[in-house]
Each structure stands twice: as structure tokens, then as C-alpha cells.
Design a protein around this ligand. Sequence first.
Ligand code: TTP
Ligand code: MG
Length: 403
Amino acid sequence: MGGIDHQKVWAGSRVILHIDMDAFFAAVEQSINPGLKGRPVIVGGTPESRGVVSTCSYEARNYGVHSAMPMKQAQRLCPEAVFIDTSGGKYSYLSTRILNILRQYSPYVEPVSIDEAFADITGIWKRYRSPQLTAESIKRDIFERHGLTSSIGIAPNRLVAKMASSSNKPDGLVIIPPEEVRQYLWVQPVGHLWGVGPKSVKELNKIGIITIGDLATASEKRLKDMFGIMGPGLIKMANGQGADQVRASHIEYEARSIGHEHTFDKNTNDPDRVLGLLLYLSDRVSRRLRQSGCEARTVTLKVRKPDFKLVTRAVTALGYFDTEKVIYTSAKNLLNKNRVLEQPVRLLGVSVSHLRKRAIPHYDDLLSEYGDQNRSRRIDELLDSLRNRHGEESIFIAGSRIF
Ligand code: TTP
Ligand code: MG
């Protein structure tokens, strides 16, 4: 006891904490109605509804129920579960209370979603003797005041902290000091890396990349060929590099988004037309994003079908971006993932949200999945200066079209 010199262990690194509440909506329901404690609780609606499971208690997860599963299937797997409709008010109320507890520990608290946040506890941990005791104290405060359990990860950067918090759920606490980051990451399957989905796993496995360690030593050129701009970023992530900036929420989130949309003159699913328009819209959005001096973390794709049905799909990144390239790539991924091109499209929209004032210099570039944006940013800035001088329509990115 007391033998570890925490100051030395974390020397030169920030101490980043990521917290994610366990089975959040279900746990809130259980804390309000103690009769539900220890029982399988499924939140999202009645079994008769056509909806899907928002979340479920860990008791229900033992039956194989999980988020996004159709309610009907959840009921088949776990007929004795208690089904509850979602009711946003209570969840956001508790979300705010939890953020306020975190703010008692650190002024640098950045909410990520309704039940997760980052906090920078560099130096602050000394008041509690160690990062571990700080996290235990936070967990205890939340549990004692609200009856909710949480899982915390602590690491030198956001990426590893987030992976750590999810690696021992529920009620977990995983600490990865700087010296152990590589060891921790490298033995894990590559799909555990934040932002590497099942499709990428398949591609990577095909070329012999099975673990994060394999990815860490992969050829940069090869990955660039496979994943474009994201390739080198993936290698950096696999080596445990990532941003350690935590932004206090009052400057972080402005309730704003920037978007652009267009209705085709004729419904179409011609890939040239759809992708051409997508590029055009991404370009407009990134231009306005830069003009407003902001960068964003979420890209939303909006598609209206000929029958006027509206589909919106969003993706949120761990890091911030402001380049056309990242916006277009994300929107295109959403489009492909949701098989938009299988049917004609009437209207297409691209928007970005989770805005913050742009960080100067762009020290978040190392952050993550998008790797180094400097090159694409230089191109964007060149376009900006031409448009400032000669007008918006003066220059277009090749392939970008409006129909
Ligand atoms: P998560 O943190 O993803 O899930 P969770 O807190 O329920 O469970 P875990 O212990 O694995 O963290 O999401 C937080 C809340 O967001 C969740 O309680 C309900 C809501 N949610 C949805 O409404 N729909 C979804 O598809 C998901 C994933 C979450
Ligand atoms: Mg959660």
C-alpha cells in the first residue's frame, strides 16, 4: 500500500477519465421503482409495439436481449421482463445531476451523450491520493445520491479511456497508465478499437490483421489504400496515440447545427448523381462550418424517399473535424451502410452538429479515426480564399454536382 508513486506513473501525461452509466435508462427506472431491482427490465415500449429496445437491465441481458432488438423478439427471449416506455425527462434530469457531480471534481467535464462524459483529472487526483481513489469516490457519490452504478476508464487520452470504461461493465473501473497503453491495446482483437466496425474487421482480417497489435505495425501505405484518409489514423490509434483535450461543456456544445439540402429535379438512384450531390452538399456544409469558426463532431445524413418517407442517420466521431473530406466520407459511409442507393431518392441533406469553436492550432488532429486532416484542410482553405474573392460558384470540387 502506498508504494506506488502516482506522480511518476503519470508524469508527462494527462489523466483522462471516461464515465459511462450502466444500463442507463433501465437503471433509472429501477432506482425510481425499487421493486424493479434485480429484475429484467426492458425499456423502449410495450412488447406489442413495433419499436425496438432502447436498453435493458443486465438481468435482461443474461437472456440475450440487447439495444436495438425488436420488442417482439425481446419478449420471446425474456417473457418475464418488465416492459417500460421511454420517458426522456427523467433520464436527462439524472444526466444533468451526474454531470454536476463530475463538475465537483473537475472543471473540465465534457458530456458525450446522455450517459457518458469525459473529465480531465490531471493533478486533481492528488486530493484523493490516486486516480483510482478519485474514480471510486465519483462512483460512490453517484451511487449514494442516485442509486446508479457506472463504469469508469482512466488513461492518458480519450480513446483509451473510452475503451477502458467499456471493458469491464457493469460497475467497472479500469485504469491504464501511460506505460501500459500499448500492452493493453495490442492483445485485443482489432474490432475493439474505437471506430473499427465489423466491415473493417473483415477487411483487416483478410490481410492478416487480427489484433490491435497487428494493426499497430501494419504498412501505412497499405492501410491508406484500403481506408483512405482514415488509414494512417487507425495506425496511430493502434499505437495508443490520441487526443487528451477535454473541453468544458459550456464552450463545447452550442445547440446548433449547420446543414444544407437539395431536392432532385427527378427522383434518382444513379450513384453518380447521388454521390455528386452528396459531395456538393458536404462541400457547402464544410465551407459554412469554417466560416462560422467552428468544428463539429456529428454528421447527419437526411434522405427523403419518393413516398416522402424521411430517413435520418447520424454518426458521431470521437474527435472534431471541419474538412469537406471528413464530412463527405462520413456521409457516404452512412449512405452505403443504410443502402440508400437501392431505391430512388427525392431529397438529400447533410448537416453537422455538436459544434464548438475551432481549436487553434488543430491539436486534436491526432485524436482519432480521421487522422491528420491538415492536407485536406489546406485544400479547403485554398477553396475558401478563391470563393471569398470570386464568389461561391467560382470553383467546384471535381465530381460535385447539383441536379
Ligand atoms: P449506452 O451507454 O450505449 O447503453 P446503456 O447505458 O443502456 O448500457 P451500458 O451498460 O452498456 O452502457 O446508452 C445509454 C442510453 O442511451 C441507454 O440507456 C438508452 C439510450 N439508447 C437508446 O435509446 N438507443 C440505443 O440504441 C442505445 C444504444 C442507447
Ligand atoms: Mg451506458
